[in-house]
Design a binder for this molecule. Structure first.
Ligand code: ADP
Ligand code: ASP
Ligand code: MG
Length: 440
């Protein structure tokens, strides 16, 4: 039995949390490969080490050195090492790291050092070998994971290694420079390692007792999902359930390795099992839906043209204008005479929205283009939804009762989810209403 364990930022935040990590590892001999994040927040307004490291980079750009911002990071690691009673020469490691951040002038290099330093400390504390992710994780010239190279390196390097600690979040690009995944990316590293060592289980240890039906910051009493499929997690993570990175499913999916989301601070809780369809056991969850997730700040371009559906190439022409601006489309629900193009508002700043709309007008000559800003998208996800009658009715009744105005509806073709668009100001209220309607 081989388990790969990834510990997130709160599990690395201070010596107490790290002692807890050691208890978990020591309790099970099959927990052989440990992937770690950078120290995260210790209290509400604390700053994550990764955010401090991006500050270091900005300081290097502006002042030529990161001395001031790095001092806070230095203090944090010195304190952790001291509190753990370790005798490693952390000052020398920190001196070298500070110099390298100054010299590299790279945001990715700077950001990666949180995980690097975390792994140096934890490997010493656990007595495990340190294996640098830079040696084994590689990106291609498009910035995507080089899957073949990485799989090969990971399995060869870890073959015959009994126990090791590997920093999450980064690898090297095709030119040999340090490159990170997007934020929260240590989850992806854990998944890559689990795939590479043919693990039986990928344990993802965090600060909540599993994947919850919705964000606990919105519904405090949100229940734990006992079991969920890979596909449902992809939908929920992509739509904002930040507990697991949306790209962390793909590597383990190839070998059908289940993921167990666990709470470092309540290790006795069962957590959530994320499994492929064929391993899913009916009856473990009580609700009709599996989960709810959402994201704020979208813009809807509602394009109307009579007989649009009879006009060959209409949608293609709209999309080529959007593509011309290098903008990704989030959703594209359409009717007979209408097409809604849903875009992240972030991509439409600095006059891009106005230019985009006028170019669409020129290119497809619509009757009408209506722009709706400040929209949130909320996905209600559940593989059982499609087979059950009345799910949509329950959803829409709940929102009507709360007087929430639905601006857009899109049922994905997977029939795994219903996505609705509401005003940003209704976001939290809407999630609470859906939760109340489905979770008893
Ligand atoms: P880590 O640092 O361990 O990777 P993250 O902060 O990335 O942890 O993810 C855990 C956090 O995700 C939780 O503390 C919680 O606030 C947030 N979260 C958002 N949606 C969900 C959800 N559906 N279930 C559980 N946690 C969620
Ligand atoms: N430390 C990185 C971040 O804050 C990666 C991670 O924690 O997964 O995004
Ligand atoms: Mg995370």
């Amino acid at each position: 039995m081989i388990k790969v364990c990834k510990f997130g930022g709160t599990s690395m935040a201070d010596a107490n949390a790290i002692r807890q990590v050691k208890n978990i590892i020591d309790a099970d001999d099959s927990r052989r490969f440990v992937v770690v994040s950078a120290p995260g927040k210790r209290f509400k307004d604390d700053i994550k080490i990764t955010d401090m490291l991006y500050r270091c980079y900005n300081e290097v750009v502006n002042l030529g050195t990161c001395k001031k911002s790095f001092a806070v990071i230095r203090e944090r690691f010195v304190e952790i090492v001291k509190d753990l009673g370790l005798t490693i020469d952390i000052e020398s490691v920190l001196d070298k790291t500070e110099q390298e951040i100054d010299q590299s002038k790279s945001p990715d290099f700077a950001a990666s050092r949180g995980e690097y330093l975390s792994a140096v400390v934890i490997s010493a504390f656990l007595g495990f070998e340190f294996i640098d992710a830079a040696e084994i994780i590689r990106f291609d010239s498009h910035g995507k994971l080089n899957v073949d190279y990485t799989d090969d390196k990971v399995s060869n390097r870890l073959l015959g290694v009994d126990k090791a600690v590997i920093p999450g979040f980064y690898g090297k690009n095709f030119q040999g420079e340090i490159k990170t995944f997007s934020r929260g990316g240590s989850d992806i590293t854990g998944s890559i390692i689990a795939h590479g060592v043919k693990a039986d289980l990928y344990e993802n240890w965090t600060d909540v007792s599993g994947f919850l039906v919705c964000d606990p910051r919105i519904v405090h009493e949100a229940k734990v999902i006992n079991q969920i499929t890979y596909k449902e997690v992809r939908e929920l993570s992509y739509m904002g359930a930040s507990v697991l990175h949306a790209e962390a499913i793909t590597p383990v999916m190839k070998r059908r390795i289940p993921i167990n989301i666990k709470n470092t601070f309540k290790p006795e809780d069962k957590g959530t099992m994320i499994v492929p369809n064929e391993q899913y056991k009916e009856g473990l969850n009580d609700a009709v839906i599996t989960g709810i997730a959402g994201k704020k700040n979208f813009t809807v371009l509602l394009i109307e043209k009579s007989m649009m559906n009879a006009e060959v190439g209409f949608i293609r022409r709209v999309l080529s204008v959007v593509e011309h601006y290098g903008i990704c489309v989030e959703h594209l629900p359409s009717g007979i005479d209408t097409l809604s193009v849903i875009l992240e508002s972030e991509q439409l700043k600095d006059g891009v929205l106005t230019d985009l709309v006028s170019e669409i007008r020129e290119n497809v000559n619509p009757d009408y283009v209506h722009v709706i800003e400040n929209i949130s998208l909320i996905a209600t996800v559940g593989h059982g939804m499609a087979r059950r009658h009345g799910t949509a009715a329950t959803l829409f009744t709940a929102l009507a009762e709360e007087k929430i105005n639905i601006q857009m509806i899109d049922q994905g073709s997977s029939e795994l989810n219903i996505i609705i668009g509401v005003a940003n100001s209704d976001y939290e209220k809407c999630i609470r209403a859906i939760y109340k309607a489905f979770v008893k």
